[in-house]
Design a protein around this ligand. Structure first.
Ligand code: SF4
Length: 83
């Protein structure tokens, strides 16, 4: 028998991960879009556009890699509070 029961047991641990941009640090080079085009688009000035809401679970690993690759440390994957 597992340690978790009920509906929370079926929820992946990172199902509520979200991508955040520090706009003061971002320099609009677009690397995050190149690494994560399914999640990050660019506005006309080259700044990343990220949908509000949780990342698709299958994108969380790549999102973390894109955050690590950001040359300005402007991209983060955060865990949304349970609500
Ligand atoms: S990789 Fe980092 S600095 Fe470059 S556009 Fe994305 S968030 Fe901004």
């Amino acid at each position: 028998m597992g340690l978790l029961r009920g509906s929370r047991a079926a929820t992946p641990l990172h199902a509520r991960s979200q991508l955040r941009v520090d706009w003061n640090a971002c320099h609009a080079a677009g690397l995050c879009h190149e690494l994560l085009p399914e999640v990050v688009s660019l506005d006309p000035w080259g700044y990343p556009v990220v949908e509000d809401g949780p990342l698709p679970v299958e994108q969380v690993r790549d999102a973390r890699a894109a955050a690590r690759a950001c040359p300005r440390f402007a991209l983060r994957v955060v865990e949304a509070p349970a609500g």
